[in-house]
Write a protein that binds this ligand. Sequence first.
Ligand code: ZN
Length: 137
Amino acid sequence: MKVSHIEHLGIAVKSLETAIPYWEKMLGSKCYNIEEVPEQKVKTAFFKVGQTKIELLESTSPEGSIGKFIEKRGEGVHHVAFAVDGLEENLAECADNGIQLIDKAPRGGAEGLSIAFLHPKSTGGVLTELCEDKNKK
Ligand code: ZN
């Protein structure tokens, strides 16, 4: 694997409206982007912490993965996202190493990134997202 840095931490929240003011105070920076990702049934809000971001995730449907997560486990850290070079190659390498993939091929995520999730069963219980910013190249 070629991980360059932690791209973002995904945090499940019940309400962006409530969570955003807390995080703005906590981080001392303004939320710079709010974006809905309908395929994932979430609304996201982003903050910058150095080159890493905090991604708040509010469910737009109880059927979505964030809705289910909050119902089961409550609010809190949901996933960690690593920035990689060559998402396809890294996914293939994970599969070769017996890591279960949730996404067998990259798909579109928030902020124009290509993303894919690895199954927490294979990653020590940590829901892991790999992402690549193809616009940077
Ligand atoms: Zn994410």
